[in-house]
Design a binder for this molecule. Structure first.
Ligand code: IVH
Length: 674
């Protein structure tokens, strides 16, 4: 076949595949078998292999195959992805309706669009000239993570808009929700449990986690769906109402939430709400309420929005799901920090598609307040998603168990416990096996070193079998040490050891998180890494030096230095570093530069504050926290307040962000823009 013959053939096959994929994934009425589909798919693949120039990015063959990434790029949304105001009260719905009527004036009875509120992960999909060019997570609503390669693997996301009934606009940004069906979630979890991994908490967490996988093949391996309900922005076409937008979304070949309806009165809204609440348990996906939106887009503009949510929409949530079950037992869990947490071991019960078999009872005081005892029949609930709670005792046996008492000794190491406020703690920080297990789990957790395969069960095994006596010893493990143990075969033992060894040059911020320094979460870790550049500099930093980091106050710096200075903590860190672990900081700051001046950063900048400060220090600048006559520059972002005023009063040069970027460039530096 020549290129001239191959071109129309490839186009024809691609079009067939798109059509059949639409029939299968969107309309659920396939016209050909999977085998027939695969055979067309392979023909197209063969042609594209022979003529790579025919293989465009929106070809149906190009859903999987992108390389894993190191991290996601952060990008701005086409239009802000606002949140929703929400209520559980019918009266609030009435007041909302009154507000709308008042705002619209006489003679404009509002028309509302009603939809289920899907409990998934929010996503922006951007199509330029009809082709999918970007998929962005909601993030903070203004910017999110660029996860295009992952969304491409989801079959119900068109790589190219369907244009049979409506042409593609120059640009359209759509908003939808990534979902995992409850049945797929249950299969997925059953698979995890079988291979010795911890089950995931909820379909929504799993979907959100899958969308944020750095390797698109992992996303492709979970079954996800995307339902689209909103036009965020469009160029080259105008819609007058939500209904028109929804119709266009349908014609462009997307899946929409079921039962999108219009209503004109509070009664209709409440009826719709009640109907969905009743139907909720029969659905194969989670919804947590309904959404009411004004249909007319010009009326929406008239009503406006706050920075957080539009005034023209309201979510009406359902009551949290509740079930009755029995507390079989109360266990004590000892965490990394030595806190003893009572946990109710429940007779397993399905709450909205998720099996609940345990619930944290938090602490001594909480337990006493609710007077929960072993053997009691209790009401439990799961609000929104995840964390199950015990609400109250419903009935109990005549011969009730005595009130539950916290143990006097740590159940893991028998050391006498002590009380700290409502909490009960084990003081045996360096030798309690339960605390060590907690440390190991934390060390390997996703936000820390992200060690694949090092979860709760593996950590428990390591401690129980005496394989690991400290964090540092994780790096001494050899496959031979593992194969003898339950749950490990040759292959999985090698994989885990390799996963651990592969983290020997961790990102500094992640390493700081892994160390479990009190107060050091994701943000503080990132700021410390940017500010100090290396682990030794952080270990040597004085309280004053730590306080110089924006966002770190006296109390926090005290806690951090105390932790790092403690002999045994310090020895534990030394031991890890002696294993050849070398945390990699951001590029070190050059020394010996001419002084570029003292700057104060204030207000909301488009980049993390620490990134701006580091850029400034790289060109020889200094950063200070308060404005005085000695300050050379005040870099003011959005909503800058008193510092900006003071700068103006004192006649200090004020730079907006763009001017700051220019200044840094003029000095030979660069600000890493998002
Ligand atoms: S409308 C500005 N409609 O709920 C209004 N949101 O709690 C745009 N959500 O993150 C949102 N189903 O992603 C709308 N039918 C629906 C929805 C929905 C789920 C999500 C949305 C947002 C969250 C707000």
């Amino acid at each position: 076949m020549s290129l001239d013959e191959a071109r129309p053939e490839a186009q024809r096959l691609a079009e067939q595949l798109r059509h059949h994929s639409f029939l299968y994934h969107i309309e659920a009425r396939p016209e050909i078998t999977d085998d027939e589909y695969d055979s067309i798919f392979r023909r197209l693949q063969a042609i594209e292999a022979a003529y790579p120039e025919l293989c465009t990015s929106d070809s149906p063959t190009q859903r999987v195959g992108a390389e894993p990434q190191d991290k996601f790029e952060t990008v701005a949304h086409t239009a802000p992805m606002l949140s929703l105001d929400s209520t559980q009260e019918a009266d609030e719905v009435r007041r909302f309706d009154e507000r709308m009527r008042k705002a619209l004036g006489e003679g404009h009875g509002p028309v509302y669009v009603l939809e289920p509120k899907l409990d998934g992960a929010s996503i922006e999909l951007v199509y330029e000239q009809g082709v999918l060019t970007r998929a962005v997570t909601r993030g903070n609503g203004r910017e999110g993570e660029l996860v295009t390669a992952n969304l491409r693997t989801i079959p119900s996301v068109p790589l190219r808009l369907r244009t049979h009934d409506r042409p593609a606009p120059a640009l359209v940004a759509l908003r939808g929700e990534v979902l995992m069906y409850i049945s797929d979630f249950q299969d997925f979890n059953a698979g995890r449990v079988k291979s010795g991994e911890d089950p995931y908490a909820s379909p929504r967490n799993t979907a959100a986690g899958s969308v944020r996988q750095l390797d698109p093949r992992v996303t492709a391996s979970t079954k996800l769906d995307v339902l689209v309900y909103d036009v965020l922005a469009v160029e080259g076409e105008t819609f007058r109402s939500d209904t028109e937008g929804v119709e266009a979304i349908r014609q462009w070949g997307f899946k929409l939430p079921e039962r999108i309806e219009v209503a004109g009165s509070v009664e209709e809204i409440l009826e719709y709400h009640a109907a969905f609440a009743a139907q909720r348990d029969q659905l194969d996906y989670e919804i947590d309420g309904i959404v009411i939106k004004l249909d007319d887009l010009s009326m929406r503009s008239a009503v406006g929005a706050t920075s957080h949510h539009p005034r023209w929409a309201l979510a009406v949530k359902f009551e949290p799901r509740q079930e009755i079950t029995r507390i079989d037992r109360i266990d004590i869990n000892v965490g990394r920090t030595g806190v003893l947490t009572p946990v109710a071991i429940l007779r397993p019960v399905v709450v909205g598609g998720v099996t609940v078999s345990r619930a944290s009872l938090h602490n001594r005081e909480e337990l006493k307040r609710k007077d929960l005892r072993e053997g009691d029949t209790v009401r439990i609930q799961r609000a929104g998603d995840v964390i199950p709670q015990v609400v109250e005792v419903v009935t109990h046996e005549e011969q009730r168990q005595p009130p539950f008492e916290m143990p006097e000794q740590c159940p893991a190491c028998a050391t006498p416990v002590y009380e700290e406020g409502p909490r009960t703690k084990c003081p045996n920080r360096f030798a309690c096996p339960a605390q060590l297990q907690g440390w190991i789990e934390h060390f390997g957790a996703r936000s820390a070193l992200d060690i694949e395969g090092l979860g709760e069960e593996t950590a428990a095994l390591f401690v129980r079998e005496g394989l690991v006596g400290s964090l540092a010893e994780l790096f001494d493990l050899k496959p031979e040490d593992l194969v003898r143990h339950e749950g490990f075969a040759e292959k999985s033992a090698h994989a885990l050891v390799e996963a651990i060894q592969s983290k020997k040059t961790p990102d500094l911020a992640r390493f700081l998180i892994a160390l479990g320094i009190p107060e050091v979460g994701v943000t503080v870790a990132r700021d410390l890494a940017l500010h100090f550049g290396g682990i030794e500099a952080i270990r040597l930093a004085t309280v004053e030096q730590l306080e110089a980091v924006d966002g770190i106050g006296p109390k926090m710096s005290e806690t951090i230095t105390t932790f790092l200075a403690e002999a045994r903590n310090s020895a534990a860190i030394d031991a890890i570093l002696e294993r050849g672990v070398e945390p990699v900081g951001p590029e070190p700051l050059p020394d010996e530069l001419p002084d570029a001046g003292a700057a104060v950063f204030t207000g909301a900048l488009p980049v993390p504050r620490a990134a701006a400060e580091v850029a400034w220090r790289r060109v020889g600048g200094r950063t200070v926290s308060s404005v005085s006559k000695k300050t050379d520059y005040v870099v003011a972002g959005d909503n800058a307040g008193s510092k900006l005023e003071k700068a103006e009063r004192l006649g200090v040069t004020v730079l907006d962000f763009d001017a700051f970027v220019e200044k840094v460039r003029a000095l030979g530096g660069e600000v890493d823009l998002p």
